[in-house]
Write a protein that binds this ligand. Structure first.
Ligand SMILES: *Cc1c(COP(=O)(O)O)cnc(C)c1O
Length: 386
């Protein structure tokens, strides 16, 4: 079904397969099979082996491709598996430029496994395109962007990065986990590969770990398909079905969570215990105008820095409604401590350089009433230090 001329809200409900082609069932079946009959090996059917292709996984893959406006989607066992597969497009001796406040796991794989393998990475402040261009070397082959970034919600100008990439013939990769295609579609702005931790907003219910990739060209589709099949980090049919189900409600969840995030951010910015709130929807956010140009919203994740960093542990212990945990994008609000959780693999000096202080907490705003979320945080922050 082609959905080129319909609203993205409608697309989220119908993308991929919106019914079973054999029975008309309203949901794509979970094809729980590892192998497919091939009575005539000279004329194989559409499927032969579950690593190479599975109809449930393909329904999800075509759904995300449609939402992002790419030619092909790929589903992986996790966000990190999708990121790894994209980085395998490079070869030893190549160099990539990555955002300095990139997801902790991406930083870790670039500075450990890929560095050993021979892929070199330079980390720069992507909010300054001049620094990105200055980091280009003869062996540079790609730029890896994340906007809004994690955990400081910095905004990268996608048009400026795409222009630098075109000038130097670089592959552009973006981790679009925080914005989702509901708010931001980087392929429309010239990006080559969009990656997701579908564990977060796309799945949306904190019940499944998954990753997705979408590519802009048939050539990239061919190469990523080959990497996916060779390395085998595919998403299983049950989890593919769960992510597809999550996607059906993406628009309403994001809209509601984003509305609440704006209320929570504005209110917390007034609390005397808070040094600063980082949220692209706030008037004082330096990337607000760029974000408004390239995406249709500020998203549902914010960070705040406590004046007294020693209170952070207390807040995690005292929250009753917010889940003190890693991850984000679920129906429940999730409060995480980047210094000790998502960015624990980053050395302390690196963390401080990037503004990830010991008093910084990240909040993924869920579907609860925003006043309940604020009350929960207030009682957790105000309680006497123990
Ligand atoms: C969680 C996350 C990842 C990693 O995804 P997994 O599904 O945990 O492997 C990558 N990028 C961002 C921005 C994330 O939040």
């Amino acid at each position: 079904m082609a959905h080129n001329n319909i609203d993205p809200r409608t697309r989220a409900v119908h993308c991929g397969q919106d019914r079973d082609p054999y029975t008309g069932a309203s949901s794509v079946p979970i094809y729980q099979g590892s192998t497919f009959a091939q009575p005539d090996p000279d004329h194989p059917g559409a499927y032969d082996y579950g690593r190479s292709g599975n109809p449930t996984r393909e329904a999800l893959e075509s759904a995300i491709a449609e939402l992002e406006g790419g030619v092909h989607g790929f589903a992986f066992a996790s966000g990190m598996a999708a990121i790894t597969s994209a980085l395998l497009l490079f070869k030893p001796g190549d160099h990539v430029i990555a955002a300095e406040d990139i997801y902790g796991g991406t930083y870790r794989i670039l500075t450990t496994l890929f560095r050993q393998w021979g892929l070199d990475a330079t980390f720069v402040d992507m909010t300054r395109p001049g620094l990105v261009e200055a980091a280009v070397r003869p062996e540079t082959r790609g730029i890896f962007v994340e906007t809004p970034s994690n955990p400081l919600l910095k905004i990268t100008d996608l048009d400026a990065i795409a222009a630098i990439a075109r000038k130097h013939s670089l592959l552009t990769i973006i981790d679009n986990t925080f914005a989702t295609p509901w708010l931001q579609r980087p392929i429309e702005r010239g990006f080559d590969i969009v990656l997701h931790s579908a564990t977060k907003f796309l799945g949306g219910h904190s019940d499944c770990v998954a990753g997705l990739a979408v590519v802009r060209t048939d050539d990239l589709a061919h190469r990523v398909k080959s990497i996916q099949n060779i390395t085998g980090s595919v998403l299983g049919p049950q989890d593919s079905w769960l992510i597809l189900r999550g996607i059906r409600t993406l628009a309403v969840r994001m809209d509601a969570q984003q509305r609440s995030a704006q209320i929570v951010a504005e209110e917390m910015a007034r609390w005397p215990e808070i040094n600063k709130v980082f949220y692209p929807g706030l008037a004082a956010h330096p990337g607000r105008a760029i974000n408004e140009r390239q995406s249709s919203g500020a998203g549902a994740v914010l960070s705040f820095e406590l004046k007294d960093g020693a209170v952070a542990h207390q807040v995690l212990r005292r929250v009753k409604l917010c889940l003190p945990a890693v991850s984000l994008g679920g129906v429940e609000s999730i409060l995480s401590y980047p210094a000790k959780m998502s960015h624990a693999s980053m050395p302390r000096e690196e963390r401080s350089l990037r503004g990830i202080t010991d008093g910084l907490l990240r909040l993924s705003v869920g579907l609860e009433d925003p006043l309940d979320i604020l009350n929960d945080l207030k009682q957790a922050i105000l309680v006497e230090k123990v």
